[in-house]
Design a protein around this ligand. Structure first.
Ligand SMILES: [Zn+2]
Length: 495
């Protein structure tokens, strides 16, 4: 018998501190692909959808895909945008008697009317499906997994890598568990255990530190006959919601006391190691000083601005790091992105080779990352900002920065874009005429994802905190909704 399965992908990581609301246009600027368009763009790449489709072919599912949509991390999703995206999914779920639903979600969506966008999507789906059919969801490693998500989804599987390169595999795992549920072999449920902590688990690293051991323990627990998935979620601290924080989530059946004890054991270790620091966040001046004396014998110095990472909802227009590099006279360097649509627009009126004065970056909220820089620049190129990813994370996927220009100031080539996107793929420079491999210094805005494509070319990697909105210094943000006490805002408490 061919099972009827409904699929959709809907992802947003909401930085509730961002001034920029996430509306319909924000999703269109990311991607909004309906039905066959989504299959064409995402069906063969490293995406959840590709994993769902492969599992469906393996088991002969009759699969209907509603839509795939994501906006870059930014402020709360508007009610109108949420309804516009969710209503077609819910309508499809009620349109015929589906046997199961598979959703590729992020797990940190906050809307302007509720703290738990994914929980709300699942709640609306359950109003049409009831408890009759299994719902499986995949989540980003940076999910804030809520009690509602665990209650309403039968199956939850999160990424296990950061940089996230296991999207397709994660979808396979969720699909396999769904199939076993469909044939009546298992009846999974999901429980989650959390701790009051803002810091990402293991400083957000899956490539070093104790997280390696915790992930290994999770894989081992999955070897039990009654355990189907164990997910260790780092959490997402820039979403100021009651349930923000790390979690260990177990999809299983059988001995719930044992599963909960296992999850609690990992959470206790995460809590006990909360003071361990795995990233050394340099001040911008210190980063510039390292750049000044760096010899690129074994590849460029990569400077990652952790705090202005658009991939965590920062504006991408922080100027402090660029100012420090210019001040230090750094040459043979590139920098990107500087998100400044007005300046990109201004530059598009000019010709390559033109020299002009621009006021660059620092416009959204100079309190986080610095004021606009008044610069004399030479325009090197302008474009519509389109590119195709080449690395492990977004290889083969079509993306756009919107109207984009490259300018040179001093010895630094600067990628000026309209849309805010994390710099995590070499093609995001190369497509616009900048060759990062040939540079002495490459400054980019990313926390960890850049490592997938840039570590192989790097002579050395350093990470800095420019003071922008995604600063790891949480004391600079006005938290109102998170549970208290919470680490590191509050100290000297046990939970
Ligand atoms: Zn993530």
């Amino acid at each position: 018998m061919a099972y009827n399965i409904l699929t959709a992908e809907l992802m947003h990581e909401t930085n509730t501190f961002s001034r920029i609301a996430t509306d319909e246009q924000a999703f269109r600027n990311g991607y909004f692909l309906v039905g066959a368009d989504a299959l064409a763009e995402r069906g063969q790449q490293n995406t959840e959808l590709a994993g769902f489709l492969e599992t469906g072919r393996k088991y002969g599912w009759q699969l209907d895909h509603v839509l795939s949509a994501a906006a870059g991390p930014s402020g709360k999703v508007t009610t109108a945008a949420f309804d516009w995206l969710v209503e077609p999914i819910v309508a499809a779920a009620g349109s015929k008697p589906y046997d199961g639903i598979l959703l590729g979600l992020h797990g940190a969506m906050v809307t302007d009317f509720c703290e738990d966008g994914e929980g709300e999507l699942l709640r609306r789906l359950r109003t049409v499906t009831g408890d009759r059919i299994p719902i499986a969801i995949t989540l980003d490693l940076h999910a804030n997994v809520t009690a509602a998500m665990c209650e309403l989804a039968d199956i939850i599987v999160s990424y296990k890598t950061y940089p996230h390169i296991d999207l397709r595999e994660t979808a396979h795992q969720a699909g396999e568990i769904l199939q076993r549920s469909l044939v009546g072999e298992i009846s999974p449920r999901t429980v989650g255990v959390t701790c009051p902590m803002l810091e990402e688990v293991n400083g957000g690293r899956t490539d070093m530190g104790p997280m390696i051991e915790w992930l290994r323990a999770a894989r081992e627990w999955e070897q039990r006959d009654d355990v189907y998935a164990v997910s260790i979620n780092a959490g997402f601290a820039s979403a100021d919601i009651a349930e923000a924080g790390p979690s260990v989530v177990v999809t299983a059946s059988g001995d719930w006391q044992a599963h909960t004890e296992f999850a609690s054991g990992i959470i206790a270790e995460i809590w006990n190691q909360r003071h361990q620091v795995l990233n050394d966040y340099l001040e911008v001046g210190a980063a510039a000083a390292i750049a000044a004396r760096y010899a690129a014998d074994s590849g460029p110095l990569i400077i990652a601005d952790y705090a202005d990472n658009p991939g965590a909802g920062a504006y991408g227009d922080a100027t402090c790091l660029l100012a420090a590099l210019l001040e230090a006279g750094i040459d043979d360097a590139c920098f990107g992105p500087m998100v400044d649509g007005a300046t990109a627009q201004q530059l598009s009126q000019h010709q390559p080779g033109d020299r002009l004065e621009i006021s660059l970056g620092g416009k959204v909220d100079p309190a986080y990352g610095g004021a606009p820089l008044e610069l004399q620049v030479e325009l090197l190129s302008t474009s519509d900002g389109r590119y195709v990813g080449g690395g492990a994370m977004i290889g083969g996927l079509h993306r756009s920065f919107g109207p984009t220009a490259v300018v040179r100031s001093g010895g630094i080539e600067i990628l000026v874009t309209t849309l805010a996107q994390q710099l995590l793929d070499l093609q995001q420079f190369r497509s616009f005429g900048i060759d990062p491999v040939a540079k002495r210094v490459v400054a980019l805005k990313s926390m960890q994802h850049f490592r997938a494509d840039f570590e192989p070319i790097a002579g050395r990697v350093i990470v800095c905190d420019s003071g922008a909105l995604a600063t790891p210094n949480y004391q600079r943000l006005e938290y109102r909704q998170v549970r208290r006490p919470i680490f590191p805002l509050d100290e000297n408490f046990e939970f």
